[in-house]
Design a protein around this ligand. Structure first.
Ligand SMILES: Nc1ncnc2c1ncn2[C@@H]1O[C@H](COP(=O)(O)OP(=O)(O)OP(=O)(O)O)[C@@H](O)[C@H]1O
Length: 567
């Protein structure tokens, strides 16, 4: 076989690798999907080609403009997609891809279905890049640059936040992370990197056409990531090689190109279904029980967290006035007014459907209310997001724990430490020393809180592999690491096996002694009477009684009505 043909295959793998790495930022990290990825590459490709032909600008300028336009397109599509459910995001990006194909096929200036030819040849140091072997070092360089960007993004404190958003967006938001902003940044960045690959590909192939950037191409890029293993760097690269080489290998084996194309499609489909069923993590994906490598800035951040002194929480007041919320005809909150007793443990109890979780959701901003106001200290936060309220010190936990399942306990807690230098998109690159310092103190804080709750900070298993009780403790540690002063804990003991119950109750008492304000939703009379100094009874969306445990336990009708069998 001609060596130029072999090198051409290598070059195609490198370009496909860039596309796979870029969409992997979405699929593997923030875990949202775009089926317009090839269209973003097409924007870069068409833009670079058109500018080169009509303006005669040099190669690097055209590539930069193509990349920039793809990035802006990503922003434009990403903005309206914020907060959309996955199925609508798929529909939106599907329409974006169809729109792109429609526009480039119908615009007379863009060459119709045949595409655009005539882009200038690239000349480097006086010699023109004509053969695949001429291109090889530059494509390796381009691939290396994108790999370095993705490596930095995914191994930095910023990348850890992306992983948290991908694992559990609601929990990330409850801890104060700007989930939608992070998603938008990554969506635009992935589109920009795709545009970069598209622009270079136009120069390399000397053509760009609608077929090169169709929905089928997006599907192939997604298959590369799923087959190789999303959420890793090696996985998408391996997937790119497999998917690029296979159809060419069939041709080299003597199969006519049209039949090789059809057989490849069948093989890809079988491969995709097989991987999803048998090895959903991909060829190089994380296996259950595997240990996690921490991020690149973490080396300087080891050591005991216990060198810190126990932080004393402020006596932050949280109060709500006249909260109302209806679901259809059901009044889930019916004019609830409540002041959480400061630096005490209070309990919210009541029968199923009384409105306890709804009240937690309303206080923390996960549910917009129809009436009433919520205050943290003197600040009216009624219209503020959960992340904003978390940054003021009000954080909730969830009944179903919502772990950052793919991250180690230490990373799960470190990511919750309020943003320090290096946790935004660029500062890890521009200010690596400050990032390392920020990382060191974040990790010390995380170690402190893990030791506080009694979880081994050096356990490198993914949090999702820990026992349920340990996951609850890690969730508590991350809540504390976020700087929470007021903790709303939704059934902190539910699902926890007996031997952990006392441990968690001791821990909650210790937190109260350290000045935290805690409100728990709890069904167990034993737990409430041991922990709570004040009990709020809820029924049908209203607070019907408030008092100390002793006062209310002295009234048998409450014991019967609210604790019933649970007691
Ligand atoms: N998203 C929703 N859509 C429709 N109805 C809802 C929704 N969330 C809560 N409700 C209804 O609002 C009422 C209060 O529910 P909520 O979950 O707050 O009660 P709860 O006291 O926390 O119950 P439990 O102890 O079972 O968790 C119930 O009637 C419930 O069915």
């Amino acid at each position: 076989m001609n060596s130029q043909i072999q090198i051409d295959v290598v070059n195609a793998c490198l370009l496909a690798g860039v596309l796979a790495l870029s969409i992997n930022l979405l699929l593997g990290y923030t875990r949202h999907i775009s089926v317009a990825h090839a269209a973003f590459a097409g924007v870069g490709s068409y833009a670079a080609t058109w500018i080169s032909i009509h303006q005669g600008l040099p190669f690097l300028t055209c590539v930069a403009i193509g990349t920039g336009l793809a990035l802006v397109s990503g922003l434009l599509v990403g903005l309206p997609s914020l907060g959309l459910a996955d199925e609508f995001l798929i529909l939106l990006t599907l329409c974006t891809g169809a729109l792109f194909t429609g526009v480039v096929t119908s615009a007379p200036d863009l060459g119709g279905a045949y595409g655009l030819l005539g882009i200038e040849q690239v000349t480097v140091a006086g010699s023109t890049l004509l053969r695949p072997s001429d291109w090889l070092p530059y494509l390796i360089l381009a691939f290396g640059c994108v790999l370095a960007v993705c490596w930095y993004l995914t191994r930095s404190p910023y990348g850890r936040r992306l992983r948290a958003v991908g694992d559990e967006p609601t929990a990330a938001s409850a801890l104060g992370m700007p989930v939608q902003l992070l998603r938008l940044q990554v969506f635009a960045l992935a589109a920009g990197l795709a545009g970069f690959a598209g622009a270079i590909s136009a120069y390399y192939n000397q053509v760009t056409s609608p077929a090169m950037w169709s929905f089928n191409q997006t599907l192939l890029i997604i298959i590369m990531v799923i087959v190789g293993g999303s959420g890793t760097l090696a996985g998408p690269c391996l997937g790119a090689v497999v998917i690029t080489v296979l159809p060419r290998a069939l041709q080299f084996a003597g199969m006519p190109p049209d039949r090789a194309g059809i057989y490849s499609q069948i093989i890809f489909a079988v491969l995709l279904i097989g991987m999803i069923l048998v090895r959903p993590g991909g060829l190089i994906g994380r296996r259950p029980g595997s240990r996690i490598v921490s991020n690149v800035f973490a080396a300087a951040g080891t050591g005991s967290g216990l060198s810190r002194s126990a932080p004393r929480a402020r006596a932050l007041e949280v109060r709500a006035e006249g909260l109302t919320k209806h679901f259809g005809g059901v009044a889930a909150l019916d004019g609830v007014t409540i002041v959480l007793p400061r630096q005490q443990i209070s309990a919210l109890v009541g029968p199923n459907g009384a409105g306890k979780t709804t009240l937690f959701n309303a206080l923390t901003g996960f549910l917009p209310v129809e009436g009433g106001r919520v205050f943290i200290g003197d600040t009216d936060v009624t219209m503020k997001s959960p992340a904003y309220r978390a940054r003021l010190g009000l954080v909730r936990s969830f009944q179903d724990v919502r772990s950052f399942a793919t991250m180690s306990p230490l990373d799960s807690v470190t990511v919750a430490v309020p943003a320090r230098r290096g946790s935004d998109l660029t500062s890890g690159l521009l200010r690596p020393r400050a990032t390392r310092r920020g990382e060191r103190s974040s990790r010390e804080a995380a170690r402190y809180w893990l030791e506080y709750v009694g979880v081994d900070a050096d356990d490198l298993r993914p949090t999702g592999d820990l026992s349920f009780a340990e996951q609850k403790l890690v969730a508590l540690a991350r809540t504390l690491a976020s700087g929470a002063e007021v903790l709303l804990l939704d059934e902190p003991l539910s699902g926890v096996d007996g031997r952990w119950v006392e441990t968690i109750m001791d821990l909650l008492e210790r937190l109260r002694e350290d000045g935290h304000t805690i409100c728990i939703v709890e069904h167990s009379l034993h737990v409430v009477s041991r922990l709570a100094t004040q009990v709020f009874f809820m029924e049908a969306g209203a607070l019907t009684a408030t008092g100390t445990v002793e006062e209310l336990l002295g009234r048998p009708e409450f014991v019967d009505s609210y604790f019933g069998a649970a007691s």
